[in-house]
Design a protein around this ligand. Structure first.
Ligand SMILES: Cc1ncc(COP(=O)(O)O)c(C=O)c1O
Length: 286
């Protein structure tokens, strides 16, 4: 991220980055600085150059740009917050980011590390808003387990000579792995699968009265687990050998393979109901 921002902003006055409450953007220093989680931010990462605003709050964003638009270099946002608990960025909010960045010459950075690469049924979940970002970050699903990450940088941000690269950048094996993933996504229509199986899962989860606030897009789904069911995640692992994600304090996060079959999703829902019944002592209808 440092690199394209450096290319874009030759005028050093614009050096602030807007990020949002409950964001998570990674573990390297600038990414930690724009992450809204005190557990991860070391004193060395603290900087006055990051402005945290409430997620999905259009009035706060507009007011911030009105006050200090000329100082803002970039806005960074996840299309769906992952570590923050599966919170979907509203389409109108993303469109407002686009228009304010255009007006003030700032860069819109779409963090797609977790919500990108087809996971939500669109290639980038930011695409639901119908506007383009200037920079997209990608990783996780990109190599189907092979370590690879990437950036897409809009052509209007011109590269400069003699900037830093990275030791393993452009690794041929990683690129081959990622191309194979893209081919498989296309050939096996996995984005369509994410929409179809994701809808089944969300509908089925909504029918389970013990869990709350089912949300997400495609195969990026979250729901709240009440205090009385707090053993649910570990019981799913121990008793059913199903590993789910979590977000503190009480969210179960589901980010299964994009190749998840409907029958696997049915098995998951059955297993979930069984474990809920084992805790509450009341069987949920199958
Ligand atoms: C939204 C988001 N951005 C970025 C990252 C990248 O983190 P890192 O590359 O430091 O592991 C993650 C990892 O979990 C993430 O969820």
């Amino acid at each position: 991220m440092r690199m394209p921002l450096n290319w874009h902003h030759s005028i050093p006055v614009a050096k602030k980055v807007v990020a949002f409450s409950n964001s998570f953007h990674g573990r390297t220093s600038l990414a930690v600085a724009v992450t809204d989680n005190k557990n991860y931010v070391a004193p060395v990462n603290e900087t006055d150059n990051v402005i945290f605003l409430p997620f999905n709050d259009e009035a706060a964003l507009a007011a911030c740009f009105a006050k200090q638009g000329s100082e803002i270099a970039a806005v960074i946002i996840e299309g769906i917050q992952g570590v923050g608990g599966i919170r979907v960025a509203e389409e109108s909010f993303l469109r407002l980011i686009r228009s304010l960045c255009d007006k003030h010459g700032a860069v819109y950075v779409a963090d797609s590390v977790q919500c990108g690469f087809g996971r939500t049924g669109k290639f980038f979940s930011h695409d639901f808003a119908g506007v383009n970002a200037d920079i997209y970050t990608m990783a996780k699903g990109m190599g189907n387990g092979f370590p690879v990450a990437g950036l897409i940088i809009a052509p209007h941000i011109k590269p400069k000579h003699f900037q830093l690269g990275t030791t393993f950048g452009g690794n041929h094996l990683a690129c081959a792995a990622s191309l194979a993933v893209i081919e498989t996504i296309e050939e096996e229509k996995l984005m369509g699968n994410a929409v179809m199986v994701g809808k089944y899962l969300r509908d089925a989860l909504e029918e389970i009265p013990e869990i709350e606030n089912v949300r997400g897009r495609g195969l990026m789904i979250g729901f709240d687990v009440p205090e009385s069911l707090k053993a649910l995640k570990s019981n799913l692992l121990t008793n059913q050998k199903i590993f789910t994600g979590e977000a503190k304090p009480n969210v179960i996060r589901l980010l299964p393979s994009l190749a998840l079959k409907k029958r696997d999703a049915v098995d998951f829902i059955d297993a979930l109901k069984e474990e809920i019944a084992a805790i509450t002592g009341v069987a949920t209808e199958a």
